[in-house]
Design a protein around this ligand. Sequence first.
Ligand SMILES: NC(=O)c1ccc[n+]([C@@H]2O[C@H](COP(=O)([O-])OP(=O)(O)OC[C@H]3O[C@@H](n4cnc5c(N)ncnc54)[C@H](O)[C@@H]3O)[C@@H](O)[C@H]2O)c1
Length: 423
Amino acid sequence: MSESVRIGFIGLGGRGRGQLGELLNCEGVIVPAVCDKYEDRALEGKKIVEEKTGVTPDVYIDYKNLIARDDLDAIMCCTTWITHGRIAVDSMRAGKHVAIEVGGAASIEECWQMVRASEETGKFCMLLENCCYDRTEMAVYNMVRQGIFGEIIHLEGGYRHDLRDEICLGRENRHGRLFNFQKRNGELYPTHQLGPISKVLSINRGNRFVSLCSMSSKSRGLNEWIKKNKGEDYDLADFNFNQGDVTTTMLKCANGETVVLTHDCSLPRPYSRNYVVQGTKGIYQEDGDGIYLDGITPIKEGDWMHEFQHFEEDGYLAKYEHPLWKKYSQDGIHAGGHGGMDYLVISAFVESVKLGEKPPIDVYDTAVWMAVTALSEQSIAMGSMPVPFPDFTNGMWIDREPVRRGIFCLDEVCNEFFEGEEK
Ligand SMILES: NC(=O)c1ccc[n+]([C@@H]2O[C@H](COP(=O)([O-])OP(=O)(O)OC[C@H]3O[C@@H](n4cnc5c(N)ncnc54)[C@H](O)[C@@H]3O)[C@@H](O)[C@H]2O)c1
């Protein structure tokens, strides 16, 4: 295992700047080069590296010049949704492992290109899906693997986040979301909950999605927000946004399970990924942090409605804490964005670069999770017709190589790596 790794960084919007800081918190990481197509942002990235490490990185405006360097082990890319795929492919073809921020694919071809580039070059492509490392998601996953919910039947999840200001001020803030909401209509941001859901379902390892269909509501939220906040005369006040306010997608698995995803970012509402895991022995649901287990959750006499218990307050989180989170709680590392999961997903990436081994979220996961966007756009365009889901493993999902076990593994809970850790 290498003690240190050299990682080039591309994309220094709000997310990129935060993630660059997180990356530099990882032991042994050197960032010799940063890039953004806007020079002022690239220079902000340079400043972050200087302040954190005392070393001045080279600055690039064209990412192709950065990835052409011969002194980099990997690339981390935090650019816009429609640029992740091509930067990932170019990076692998330039001989570097790559990690990309989350988003959906613009086309199925883009997903195939990532798969082929990874298979042909032997370089990995990891989607930085931080929600796979969320504390609650990991505890629920631990319970799933212990069979506490019985056989898994149905899951739900979503990205339900009031982003009206971020979307509508896209031009003023040079932010990528606006143009997608103007032009596209689909499940634009599927991976936050689809990542954890896919790991529960063992997608690409004995299971796969076979089809999906999507439906979008009408679009009103952005126009109302613009009229209220920018005035009736603002040029987008009556713009006919293609993206519906709420998009619902249903997926069917080869092993019979069903999944419902919801994309909901242009109406007023509190944040939720509305995670639901339901099996033959019980259910977890994020909204209300509820859990109900057959024969375990108390039922009051005569109460035919059956009440949920509280996942955290009633002790389930503590009882089923994932060993990775136990370790990080004990080590006192709750640092960084989104309660610690950003640090964990980047640590997983850095560990894979140091080892030169496949990451816990590999190119097949990346392709499948991102493909949902392009497939849902197709389904909606065809009147919510079901569309077939490509098999990016080309059949290997029924006979994959063994899982690489380790502390960051998302395909199993690898307790043996934490033995002797508990104090
Ligand atoms: N995982 C999370 O919790 C989380 C949170 C926020 C954002 N994100 C994701 O992170 C990504 C970035 O988000 P953001 O809010 O910073 O977006 P943004 O649009 O503000 O920033 C993207 C940056 O990429 C740069 N860029 C685009 N194309 C480029 C190219 N070809 N070469 C060099 N630079 C290029 C842009 O100039 C911009 O500075 C998005 O995919 C977003 O969905 C993830």
